[in-house]
Ligand binder design. Structure first.
Ligand code: ACO
Length: 378
């Protein structure tokens, strides 16, 4: 007999408190510490958003400068990490690479297991700074190109694109990437964030918690959906093929990647931000066909399944955006990691500040009093 509530997939269950992001799934609202995501995307920077999430207030000019300077000062990898990276199989998926290398960073930390809040915060800063270097180094290594050392004078967004492509990006490209980072930074108790909080609640360590979170994010029902969106866009030959393609998939009960959300049932405000970005970038980079196909898919889905509360989510237009920024398909989900490391770390700090071990129950549905049958009688 149990009096506990059973909610498959923990749907609708509130399992922790947060001061970082507020989501109203019916109204399509996302706020970081009370500030609408659209405001931050229009006026803020990624560094500023991370400061906001970690300190629960916007920084003044001096605070932002010193926070950014500190973050940018850690972009270099510890001695030995580059060698480890260059020993990885070139064909490895960058999500496996980043998961492995974030875990490996723990071995370059003299006190990886500390759960002292100030120390965890310092670790979070260093991990966030180094993650773009890991992804850019791996991508250049597999392309047979020389590695480009990070530049502390560049912003998070500029520096990543610089290390990846070998040239400082245009202002428009860096701004677009920065907006992607802002919109992906935090999102309540999503699956990967929950994974991070569950792991740290055993008083494990930030490296283990982030490694687990990256593993969760990789799945196609979560952050991995942006790869699926791009594959779908490539699979649809022309604009005229969109409708039969989508309707055929729905008929076969197949899911359309980049649509639907456990929380948003009207619209995902991040998708609106990224749609505007994707439209502009597609036109600037000669990829209008991708934007037009995406827009048509949204239209077809709107007629076919909007009644079920299924709308484009953050992954839908981020696919076109990343493609237009020149990123390879398998780097799409790692971009989500670069941004979400900030949210995960903020949640790890929140969890540690007021920890209670996560330990839900399972509803046992098997037999009772079963006989132990001797081996020779089974
Ligand atoms: N395409 C077609 N039908 C869908 C989709 C979709 N993308 N999403 C949900 N549905 C349908 C389901 O088939 C189901 O229909 P039914 O009632 O006729 O059986 C109904 O809508 C409810 O679907 P659930 O999967 O139960 O809804 P849930 O809230 O659990 O789903 C999820 C959320 C997992 C994200 C789902 O919408 C999905 O699989 N989407 C595709 C993958 C994706 O884009 N993931 C990224 C999410 S955003 C993020 O994590 C960053």
């Amino acid at each position: 007999m149990t009096t506990a509530t059973f909610a498959k997939g923990l749907e609708g269950i509130i399992a922790s408190e947060t001061e970082m992001s507020f989501i109203d799934g019916q109204a399509g609202i996302l706020e970081y510490v009370g500030i609408p995501i659209g405001e931050l995307a229009a006026h803020g920077t990624f560094e500023e958003s991370v400061y906001l999430l970690w300190n629960r207030r916007l920084p003044n000019k001096g605070e932002l400068e010193s926070f950014s300077a500190e973050l940018h000062s850690y972009t270099g990898l510890p001695a030995g990490m580059s060698g480890r990276l260059l020993a990885l199989p070139m064909q490895a998926h960058p999500m496996h690479v980043i998961r492995t290398m974030i875990s490996a960073l723990s071995m370059h930390d003299e006190d990886p297991n500390s759960v002292d809040l100030d120390e965890v915060r310092a670790k979070a800063m260093r991990i966030l700074a180094r993650a773009p270097t890991i992804v850019a180094f791996f991508d250049r290594y597999r392309r047979g190109l020389p590695l480009i050392e990070p530049r502390a004078d560049l912003s998070f967004a500029q520096n990543f694109l610089y290390m990846l492509n070998g040239e400082v990006p245009t202002e428009a490209m860096a701004r677009a990437f920065d907006i992607c980072m802002i919109t992906h930074a935090d999102h309540g108790l999503n699956n990967s964030t929950f994974a991070a909080r569950v792991i740290i609640s055993t008083l494990s360590d930030i490296y283990s918690a982030l490694t687990g979170a990256i593993g969760s994010l990789r799945g196609p029902l979560h952050g991995g959906a942006n790869e699926g969106v791009m594959k779908m866009l490539w699979e649809i030959p022309t604009l005229n093929d969109v409708e039969p393609f989508i309707l055929g998939k729905l008929e076969r009960k197949e899911k359309i990647m980049g649509f639907g959300h456990r929380v948003y049932k009207s619209h995902d405000p991040r998708a609106s931000e990224l749609k505007t970005l994707a439209k502009q970038l597609a036109s600037d980079t000669g990829n209008t066909d991708l934007y037009e196909k995406s827009s048509k898919i949204e239209e077809v889905m709107g007629t076919a399944v909007a009644a079920k509360g299924i709308y484009a989510n953050v992954d839908f237009y981020s696919a076109t955006t990343y493609h237009c920024l020149g990123l390879k398909l398998d780097l799409f989900t790692p971009m989500f990691v670069l941004a979400r490391l900030s949210g995960w770390s903020g949640h790890i700090l929140e969890q540690l500040a007021d920890n209670r071990l996560y330990r839900p129950k399972a509803q046992y549905v098997g037999p009772h009093d079963a006989p132990y049958v001797p081996m020779d009688q089974r």
